[in-house]
Design a binder for this molecule. Structure first.
Ligand code: SIN
Length: 494
């Protein structure tokens, strides 16, 4: 097991390996643990609590106890504490980036960038906290004064993914705290250390004990923890980022207590290059959108459609760029593509690759595992001759595999792009302003990138439609998901 020194952390207490419940770091009550592995080589990074139902209950109790005082704290004071949390995250950006890249595998510069991205959500919601304004309604009768006030939803259960283990925590927890909610959080078992480190900084910032509680659990024990939160009527909202089947399960299971839900689920993003596109910009955009985090991103382009007139030029230029990507462990400064998060992830990319080849796709670059680096490295791959029957065009590959399909007509490609249950992100490249607005209106998604590969931001609403879920994170809309409206009518005024 490595420690803070071998991780090269300047601030040793960022490496937290216990649950945070009621402001105290504590082991699981049954003293069980599980191992967090470095995806680069499978070595053990740390052991963290393998929590059970009793730990989940303790976390809810702590959040419940802390709720009235946090709810009643003036928004300006909550904002001040969030701002201090933001400042501490930025102050420890390098250490947090090291920790993140070690447990998650993304290259150091990307990991460092993710910490800044996470901090941007905390800062944004610190500012939004003071703007949770209600309404004064012009009353239809003169004897009444009618108002709407916004109130925190209550205790929030945040269930966060491994692919952006810092940013997704911040994107859920910062608006919850800003709204006056308290939180119980279960980070993904593959990458829980970033969550624990961020929670430690929240405590240091002065966020009171019990306002933010983090409980870790292995894949096997996660259902026991989450079931407690689903069944407890005091938990008023679930915010989840992950797969569509798990999101559907959470929606079904939370029906009995009628919780609010924010579900950021799977994607199958189309990336369309029209014949009038700037090809250099389109290649650049696809490189940025697809190979960020080795393709393990919900908004990653998954189906690439290129107009037949520019197909060969685009594919050749893309293959040259992809073939030059440097694959390696996060700790090496040059690495641009790290390992996949776990064995299941590698196997999925491989199975999509083999399926596509069996159905007639052709490899332009990559197309294999990089066994000399270790069992979890995939060569960044470009395939041509892809078609909609291939698994990589139907399901999210979540890896560094681009499969290019040709198209001839705008209407055809829009129909193909929308022919999926999912609706998270879509990208297209065109220089024709009329086409740009036609296509934007026609795409059935929550996020559209026009001539842009990296579109997410704390200032923009993130979320999908159809099987990609509902709810919006970030932006001026992000606070509302953690609040409810109370209508107040005062009568007898005449
Ligand atoms: C995700 O797709 O999982 C998050 C990506 C982002 O916020 O940029």
């Amino acid at each position: 097991m490595i420690n803070a020194i071998s991780l090269d952390l300047t601030q040793a207490n960022l490496l937290q390996t216990l649950n945070l419940i009621g402001g105290r770091w504590q082991a699981a009550q049954a003293a069980q643990e599980f191992e967090v592995l470095d995806p680069a080589d499978g070595s053990v990074v740390a052991r963290v609590p393998d929590s059970a139902a009793c730990d989940a209950e303790a976390a809810v109790q702590a959040a419940h106890t802390a709720f009235p005082a946090w709810r009643d704290m003036p928004a300006k004071e909550r904002a001040r504490l969030l701002k201090r949390w933001h400042d501490l995250v930025i102050e420890h950006q390098d250490d947090l980036g090291r920790l993140l890249s070690r447990e998650q595998g993304k290259p150091w510069t990307e990991a460092r960038g993710e910490i800044a991205y996470a901090a941007s959500y905390i800062e944004w919601f610190a500012e939004e906290a003071t703007r949770a304004n209600g309404d004064v309604i012009p009353s239809p009768v003169s004897s009444r004064q009618m108002l709407v006030i916004k109130e925190p939803a209550g205790i929030i259960a945040a269930i966060t993914p491994w692919n952006f283990p810092a940013a997704m925590i911040a994107r859920k927890i910062a608006p919850a705290l800003a709204a006056g909610c308290t939180v119980v959080c279960k980070p993904a078992e593959d990458a829980p250390l970033s969550a624990l480190a961020l929670a430690g900084l929240a405590l240091l910032a002065g966020i009171p004990a019990g306002v933010l509680n983090v409980v870790t659990a292995s894949r096997e024990r996660t259902p026991a923890v989450v079931d407690v939160w689903l069944d407890d009527a005091r938990v008023r909202k679930i915010s989840f980022t992950g797969s569509t089947p798990v999101g559907q399960h959470l929606a079904r299971r939370s029906a009995d207590t009628l919780k609010k839900l924010s579900l950021e689920l799977g994607g199958n993003a189309p990336f369309i290059v029209f014949e009038d596109a700037d090809i250099d910009a389109a290649v650049e955009g696809l490189m940025a959108a697809k190979f960020r985090n080795a393709g393990q991103t919900c908004v990653s382009p998954n189906r690439v459609y290129v107009h037949e007139d520019v197909h060969d030029a685009f594919a050749a230029q893309l293959a040259r760029r992809v073939g030059a990507l440097i694959v390696g462990p996060a700790r090496l400064a040059d690495s641009q593509i790290g390992p996949m998060i776990n064995q299941r992830a590698v196997e999925k990319v491989e199975s999509h690759l083999h399926d596509a080849l069996a159905r007639g796709a052709r490899v332009l670059t990559g197309g294999r595992r990089l066994d000399t680096l270790g069992p979890r490295y995939m060569a960044p791959t470009v395939l041509v001759n892809a078609d909609p029957s291939m698994a990589c065009c139907v399901e999210e590959t979540f890896g560094p595999l681009v499969a290019i399909q040709r198209f001839a007509h705008e209407a055809e490609v829009i129909a193909l792009a929308n022919d999926t249950p999912y609706g998270l992100a879509a990208y297209f490249y065109s220089q024709d302003v009329r086409r740009i607005w036609r296509v934007t209106r026609a795409l059935e998604v929550g996020l559209v990138g026009i001539n842009e590969g990296v579109l997410t931001s704390e200032a923009a609403p993130f979320g999908g439609v159809k099987a990609s879920g509902y709810g919006r994170e970030g932006s001026v809309h992000g606070l509302d998901d953690y609040m409810h409206l109370k209508y107040v009518c005062q009568g007898g005024l005449e």
